[in-house]
Design a protein around this ligand. Structure first.
Ligand SMILES: Nc1ncnc2c1ncn2[C@@H]1O[C@H](COP(=O)(O)OP(=O)(O)OP(=O)(O)O)[C@@H](O)[C@H]1O
Length: 570
C-alpha cells in the first residue's frame, strides 16, 4: 500500500511540475472549493426536504409551494457550480496530461532510452511503452483528479453530514436483550458507521485480486494491438510467404490470452457485484426503514424522518466512497505502477549485468581509429576482435565478413551507441549520416523521409526534387508532401534504398555509414548509386558494410571481420 502511495506521489509531483505548476495548483484549489460549495448545497437540500415534508404533514400548501420554489432555486445554482467545476477539472486534466506526456517523451528519448530498454538489450526492458506514454499518462491524471477531489470532498461531506445527522437524530433506540434494557442514543449515527465499515471490509475481501487482473488485462490488450501493428508493418512479407494462417494463429493466441484474463476479471467482478449491487440499491432506503421506530414512537416528524433519511444516505454514500470507487482505485494503482515503471526504468538505464562496458569513445579530429576493439553481445558473448583500423578524411572502407560476425554491431559502436565491449574508438567530428537497409518510413511525408532527422522545411523543394531525380525517382517528385507510407507505396526494396541514398546526398555528411544500404539493388544500379555517392560526397568518409564488394565506391581500405579477420589494403 505504501509502495502504491509513493508511486502516486512521485507521479503527482511530476504532473504538477514545471512552468504551469502554480496555475495547476490554483485550478485544483478552485475545483476543490466548488466541490465544497456542492456539499453546502447538499445541506441546504436536506433543510428544504425537511421543511417540505413538514409542510405536507401540516397540510400547509403555501409553505409546500414555497419549498418547491426553493428546491428549484438550489438546484439551478448547484448545477451551474457543478458544471463550471467539471469544465475546470477537465482543463486541468489536459494541463497535467501535457506535462506528464512531455516528461515521459523527454525521458524516453534521453540517453536513447527507447533503444536501450528493449527486450534483449536491457535487464529491465519496458513492455508496451506506447501504451504507457499515450494512455497511462492520460488515465493517471484523470483518475488522480477524480479520486483525490472525490476523496477530499467525501471527507468534508462526511463531517458535515454526520453533524447534520447528529442534530436530527436526537432520540435513542431502546430494546430488551437477554433481560437487559439496552438504550442506544443517536443510534442512526452509529448504525451508519457500522453499516459502512462492514460493507467496506466485505468489498475489500471480495475484490482484492481485481487490481492485478486489470493490470494484466491492459498488458494483454497492448500485446494484441502490437501484433496487429506488426502485421500491418510486415504486410508484404506475410502476404508473399502466405503467412495468413500463422498470423491468424498468432493473433488468436494473443486474443485468447485477453479472453482468459477477461473471464477472470468478470468472474471476480460478479462476485464483487453480488455484494455491491444490492448495496447500492439499498443504501438510500435503509435509513427510512431504520427510522420508522422513532417515527411511530412520535420522536420525529415526517419531515424530520425524511431529512434524516437524506442525511443518513449522504453519510453512508460518502463513507462508502471506497466501495463505489473500488474498481477505479484498482485501475489507478495499475496505471501508476506502469507509468512509474517507465519513469524508473528511464532514470537508470541499467546495462546488462556482467557484460564489459569499457569502450572509450572519442569524437575528435578528422580520422577514424579503431584500436583493440572487442565487442560483446548483450548476453556477454564475445564477438570476433576488430582488427586495427585507421581511416583518414575522405577514405572509403568496406567492412565485410560472414553473417553474425558483428559488422552491424561495429557500426553501432562507431556511432557511440553500442555499450558492450572494450577498446578505443575515435570518430571524426562533423555530421554523421547512417543509412540502414531501408528508408525511414515513419516520417510524415516523403520530404520528411528525405531530410530525416532534419526539418524538411529547411530544405528547398528544388533540392529535394534534384535528389530524387539523381536516384532515378523523379516520378515521386509530385508526392513530396504526401504521407510517409503512402508516398513510398508500391516502391520496390531497391527503389526504397534509392530514397535512403537521396537522403545521404541531401545531408552532405562528413561521415557516411552504410549498412547493407544497397543490398537490394542490381549490380549495375548498385555501381551507379555508389559512384554517384563518391562524386557527390568527395570529402566524406564512407564506412560501408556489405556482403559484396561495393564497386563504384572506389574503396580505399577493406576490413574483414570474422575468422582470421584482418585489415586489407584497398
Ligand atoms: N540484443 C542482442 N541479443 C543477443 N545477441 C545479439 C543482440 N544483438 C546482436 N546480437 C548478436 O551479435 C552478433 C553480431 O550481430 P550483427 O548484427 O552485428 O552481425 P552482422 O555481422 O552484421 O550480421 P549480418 O551480416 O547478418 O547482418 C550476432 O550473433 C547477433 O545474434
Amino acid at each position: 500500500m505504501l509502495i502504491i502511495l509513493k508511486r502516486i506521489w512521485r507521479l503527482t509531483l511530476l504532473a504538477f511540475s514545471g512552468r504551469a505548476k502554480w496555475r495547476g495548483l490554483g485550478l485544483y484549489g478552485v475545483v476543490l472549493a466548488l466541490q465544497f460549495v456542492g456539499v453546502w448545497f447538499g445541506v441546504q437540500l436536506i433543510n428544504q426536504n425537511r421543511a417540505f415534508y413538514d409542510a405536507l404533514e401540516q397540510m400547509n400548501a403555501p409553505e409546500a409551494l414555497k419549498q418547491i420554489g426553493v428546491f428549484f432555486f438550489i438546484i439551478s445554482i448547484s448545477a451551474s457550480s457543478f458544471l463550471i467545476g467539471t469544465w475546470l477539472q477537465e482543463n486541468l486534466q489536459m494541463m497535467l496530461r501535457t506535462r506528464l506526456t512531455e516528461l515521459a517523451l523527454e525521458r524516453w528519448m534521453a540517453g536513447r532510452a527507447y533503444w536501450h530498454l528493449r527486450a534483449g538489450y536491457s535487464p529491465n526492458p519496458v513492455d508496451n511503452p506506447d501504451q504507457r506514454i499515450a494512455e497511462d499518462s492520460n488515465n493517471f491524471n484523470e483518475l488522480l483528479l477524480y479520486l483525490t477531489l472525490g476523496f477530499i470532498s467525501s471527507i468534508v461531506s462526511l463531517f458535515t453530514f454526520v453533524a447534520v445527522l447528529w442534530g436530527l437524530s436526537d432520540f435513542a433506540l431502546s430494546f430488551t436483550l437477554f433481560g437487559f434494557d439496552v438504550v442506544i442514543p443517536r443510534y442512526m449515527v452509529w448504525t451508519a458507521f457500522i453499516y459502512v465499515a462492514l460493507s467496506t471490509w466485505i468489498t475489500h475481501m471480495l475484490g482484492g485480486r481485481l487490481k492485478s487482473r486489470y493490470f494484466m488485462q491492459e498488458r494483454r490488450e497492448a500485446d494484441f494491438r502490437h501484433a496487429l501493428m506488426q502485421l500491418r508493418e510486415n504486410a508484404e512479407i506475410v502476404a508473399r510467404a502466405g503467412g495468413e494462417e500463422a498470423e491468424h494463429r498468432r493473433m488468436a493466441d494473443r486474443f485468447r490470452a485477453i479472453q482468459k484474463n477477461w473471464r477472470m476479471v468478470i468472474n471476480q467482478q460478479l462476485i464483487l457485484g453480488l455484494f455491491t449491487r444490492p448495496y447500492n440499491q439499498t443504501v438510500l432506503r435503509i435509513p427510512t426503514f431504520l427510522s420508522t421506530p422513532a417515527y411511530f414512537a412520535g420522536n420525529v416528524t415526517l419531515g424530520g424522518m425524511m431529512a434524516m433519511a437524506s442525511a443518513f444516505s449522504q453519510v453512508t454514500t460518502t463513507l462508502s466512497w471506497f466501495i463505489f470507487q473500488y474498481r477505479r482505485l484498482a485501475e489507478f494503482a495499475a496505471v501508476s505502477e506502469r507509468l512509474d515503471g517507465l519513469f524508473a526504468a528511464t532514470r537508470d538505464l541499467a546495462p546488462m549485468p556482467d557484460v564489459p562496458r569499457a569502450i572509450t569513445h572519442r569524437v575528435e579530429g578528422t580520422d577514424l581509429i579503431l584500436r583493440g576493439v572487442q565487442l560483446f553481445t548483450p548476453k556477454g558473448e564475445a564477438l570476433r576482435p576488430v582488427p586495427f583500423l585507421h581511416l583518414g578524411a575522405g577514405a572509403r572502407v568496406w567492412i565485410c565478413g560472414p553473417s553474425g560476425q558483428g559488422k552491424s554491431t561495429l557500426l553501432a559502436a562507431i556511432s557511440g551507441l553500442w555499450p558492450y565491449g572494450a577498446g578505443d574508438i575515435t570518430r571524426p567530428k562533423g555530421k554523421l549520416c547512417f543509412l540502414p537497409q531501408g528508408p525511414f518510413t515513419a516520417a510524415d511525408s516523403l520530404a520528411g523521409m528525405l531530410t530525416y532527422p532534419d526539418d524538411p522545411a529547411d530544405t528547398d523543394a528544388a533540392a529535394l526534387a534534384a535528389a530524387l531525380t539523381a536516384v532515378g525517382l523523379s516520378d515521386r517528385i509530385s508526392m513530396l508532401e504526401t504521407g510517409g507510407a503512402q508516398s513510398i507505396a508500391g516502391l520496390s526494396q531497391g527503389e526504397q534504398q534509392r530514397i535512403a541514398i537521396a537522403r545521404a546526398l541531401l545531408a552532405q555528411p562528413d561521415v557516411l555509414i552504410m549498412d547493407e544500404a544497397t543490398s537490394a539493388l542490381d549490380p549495375v544500379a548498385e555501381r551507379q548509386m555508389l559512384s554517384m555517392i563518391r562524386q557527390h560526397l568527395p570529402q566524406a568518409m564512407v564506412i560501408c558494410v556489405a556482403h559484396r564488394a561495393p564497386t563504384g565506391l572506389d574503396i580505399t581500405q577493406t576490413l574483414a571481420l570474422g575468422e582470421g579477420g584482418r585489415e586489407l589494403a584497398g
